[in-house]
Write a protein that binds this ligand. Structure first.
Ligand code: FAD
Ligand code: FES
Ligand code: MG
Length: 304
């Protein structure tokens, strides 16, 4: 089990968690993720390792409440436990000095973009970050992004902060003003990554996207995360999560991602109707985790 060391709200329904996971903190590299399970009967979900502190033995996760598991996770507090974390998983980002790298982070995608921006900057690249969200309240990690970037551009759909428009508006602006861009890395909703890739294609700017397909085991065995890359089947959990954006079949990916929307929505409704109670005993996760706290020492920790 893994203890929550810190938790804070970054925006409406977006939470920062620092979680004890010494083995993962030591080994993780930019671009990797973990699979998390909250309780014995719960599903596993993938979450990017947004940061790590090997000395403290902790990793940072930034999680948006979108459905049952992430809403349930938001019920946990500092001192509570996560049942298990497996990782680090996925291929790390290929980091090298290429020149100017534009990091595009949309919504919660700003969190996974952060460690990559840090690594690209440390490798000697000029890093320009574009942060996009629907409105000012949903812009997250601005300060951290400024520290990891040479320049930061902010765009909001409604113009409540930064420039009004989409991330593609800002990216097109950079291209139009003659910025020599050697690489774009885009992380966010699939539709955003699709449009960023379409924008850069005619300019032949190498574009990397981090795909957020549905994952079940996270180890290449179930096929749940299958995507078409250049017409060939790839598994996001072991072959990715990063791919050449110009080769991704985004329409196929988005259709697969929507496959369980009805069941997901029903499951959240049932959970909320039951007043966040789970399990046969009808207790809440917070209480369940407190009860099993002692056994954590025996089952112990993060898994690699
Ligand atoms: P549900 O209601 O079950 O699902 C809501 C939507 O989330 C679904 O329609 C589907 O699009 C997606 N989803 C559902 N189940 C899964 C699943 N098992 N695997 C992947 N997507 C699923 N989210 C963050 O907030 N922060 C992150 O750092 C982050 N990193 C990710 C890294 C990777 C490699 C991937 C693949 C996804 C990442 N996600 C991240 C998305 C996160 O996994 C989903 O939001 C989460 O699984 C939703 O679960 P739920 O039960 O709360 O919502
Ligand atoms: Fe099962 Fe990738 S999540 S193969
Ligand atoms: Mg779910």
């Amino acid at each position: 089990m893994n203890r929550i060391l810190a938790k804070k709200k970054l925006a409406e329904k977006v939470w920062y968690y620092r979680i004890e996971a010494p083995l993962i903190a030591k080994r993780r590299k930019a671009g990797q993720f973990i699979m998390l399970r909250l309780w014995e009967g719960g599903e596993r979900i993938p979450l990017t390792i947004a940061d790590a502190d090997p000395e403290e033995g902790s990793i940072t996760l930034i999680v948006q409440e979108v459905g049952k598991t992430t809403v349930m996770m938001a019920d946990l507090e500092v001192g509570d436990f996560i049942l298990d974390l497996a990782g680090p998983l996925g291929k790390p980002t290929h980091v090298e000095k290429v020149g100017t790298v534009v990091m595009v982070g949309g919504g919660i995608g700003v969190a996974p973009a952060h460690p990559i921006a840090q690594a690209m900057k440390a490798a000697g690249n000029k890093v320009i970050s574009i942060l996009g969200a629907r409105n000012k309240e949903l812009i997250i990690m601005e300060e951290e992004t400024r520290r990891a970037s040479d320049e930061v551009l902010i765009v909001t759909d409604d113009g409540s902060y930064g420039v009004k428009g989409f991330v593609t508006t800002a990216l097109q602006g950079l291209i139009d003003k003659g910025e020599k861009i050697d690489m774009v890395i885009a992380i966010g909703p699939p539709i955003m990554m699709k449009f960023v890739s379409e924008l850069t294609r005619p300019y032949k700017i190498h574009t990397v996207v981090s795909l957020n397909t549905i994952m079940i085991d996270g180890t290449g065995m179930c096929g749940g995360c299958r995507v078409l890359i250049d017409g060939k089947n790839k598994f996001v959990c072991v072959d990715g999560p990063e791919f050449d954006g110009h080769k991704v079949d985004f329409d196929n990916m988005m259709a697969r991602q929507r496959a369980y929307v009805e069941a997901e929505s029903q499951s959240l409704q049932n959970f909320e109707k039951a007043d966040h109670q789970i399990g046969d005993k009808g207790c809440n996760l917070h209480a369940m985790m407190q009860d099993t706290q002692d056994s954590s020492k025996e089952t112990g920790g993060d898994h690699e």
